[in-house]
Design a protein around this ligand. Structure first.
Ligand SMILES: *Cc1c(COP(=O)(O)O)cnc(C)c1O
Length: 402
């Protein structure tokens, strides 16, 4: 059975991570002092990069150091992981969702500009599903209204093809467990204001280091998950769970939680351990562009097979790396169950959800994109799936339609 998701990391990378995570502690601080600046200087020639434990870690420090007046509004793409809104609120700011156009999964520049009030201080735009949108119109709006433009590229890593729009004030890339070219954690931010960057790094240097042993355990967990994600192993897991009356969705979702829900801020406020930094450096340097190209080609093929019978959100993007493959369907339960019977473990939900508007601005409820996400399922999709299987999956879907 084709599992819904495979973590994007090779066996050799995992082996590398395990051996580095097993390294003696004395070497560990020393290594980190050399690795982090190396990654940062390779990432950008302008001395504006910042390596940290996760996008959420960097975003939390950013908001702490921006010191925006309490009650300031942050206009944001209405769909993202809920923690981003949580961090904004934690800093006494107000997240205001801007509805997205399902064709591009981006807010229209008009909708964004219309939502600006005197309280608005920043804009947070996310590139969703692996697509990359042109940020120029948003950059113009930000400049015109003197707002900080923050670009969330967590789902959009594409090797050295894209490192953020030149006019964004902040750009954030994630290498968390489910992201492209994952290092099982880690993030790289670009901060285009030297003074702000130095304040952020200063704050970061006061954090304790992530425990090397807990990173070792994490690598072990994901090694098991990668094994389970294989075609035969996954089929076996599903059968075993059925026999034991267990729900494999609950089982897997529990295993991939990145940060615990309680102690959330404590767990993001750490410096990455040296093994993580070494793995991050390796994943960026050895980025597999051929694999990525294969994913893009497969994504185009599957889009072609499914349209115009189905709408696939985000497919009208100019550049699309197909990090995931969402499709809008009429009857989720029926289609998911038919796909599973045919050996495709489609998922009917994800961590991505619409952000609620503040009580003072109920009209900002993101209608369009909420309606779209309610109907979205995520198809199993990764470069290992041969074209013949993509075609078979499309046929299962088209059969239901006819
Ligand atoms: C994954 C993700 C994040 C968080 O990234 P971490 O590095 O795991 O903190 C933020 N925004 C979006 C859109 C994401 O997909």
């Amino acid at each position: 059975m084709w599992a819904r998701k495979r973590i994007d990391i090779g066996w050799l990378d995992l082996h590398f991570a395990l051996s580095r995570a097993g390294m003696r502690l004395s070497k560990y601080l020393l290594t980190n002092k050399c690795v982090t600046p190396y990654i940062e200087s390779e990432w950008s020639a302008d001395s504006d990069a910042f390596v940290c434990l996760s996008v959420r870690t960097g975003f939390d420090i950013l908001l702490a150091k921006l010191k925006l007046p309490a009650g300031s509004e942050v206009l944001m793409s209405a769909v993202t992981i809920q923690d981003m809104a949580r961090i904004i609120e934690h800093h006494g700011l107000v997240p205001v969702p801007i509805d997205l156009d399902p064709a591009t999964m981006a807010p229209t520049p008009e909708a964004l500009e219309a939502a600006i009030t005197p309280q608005t201080k920043a804009i947070l735009i996310a590139h969703l599903f692996g697509g990359i949108i042109d940020l120029s119109p948003y950059a113009n709006i930000a400049k015109k209204h003197d707002l900080i433009l923050i670009e969330d590229c967590a789902q959009a890593f594409d090797g050295d093809e894209y490192r953020g729009h030149p006019e964004s004030n902040v750009v954030m890339f994630s290498f968390g467990p489910i992201k492209t070219a994952t290092a099982l954690g880690g993030a790289i931010l670009t901060i285009r204001n030297a003074e702000l960057l130095s304040q952020m790094k200063d704050q970061h240097s006061k954090y304790l280091f992530q425990n090397q042993w807990s990173f070792f355990k994490r690598v072990c967990t994901y090694t098991v998950l990668k094994f389970i994600g294989g075609y035969y192993a996954f089929g076996l897991l599903v059968k075993l769970c059925r026999l034991m009356g267990k729900d494999y969705e609950t089982l897997l979702n529990g295993a991939v939680r990145n940060f615990p829900a309680d102690e959330f801020f404590q767990s993001i406020r750490q410096q990455p351990t040296s093994a993580l930094c070494l793995l991050l450096k390796r994943r960026i340097n050895k980025f597999n562009a051929i694999r990525q190209d294969r994913r893009i080609e497969s994504g185009r093929l599957l889009t072609e097979l499914l349209t115009p019978h189905f709408h696939c959100p985000g497919t009208e993007l100019i550049r699309h790396t197909f990090w995931v493959f969402p499709v809008e369907v009429q009857d989720k339960t029926e289609i998911v169950s038919r796909l599973r019977k045919a050996g495709f473990d489609a998922a009917s939900a994800s961590q991505l959800a619409p952000i609620s508007p503040p009580e003072s601005r109920p009209e900002m409820f993101p209608r369009q994109v909420s309606k779209c996400l309610d109907r979205v399922i995520y198809l199993p999709f990764y470069p290992e799936m041969p074209d013949s299987e993509l075609k078979r999956m499309a046929r299962v879907m088209l059969d239901i339609k006819s």
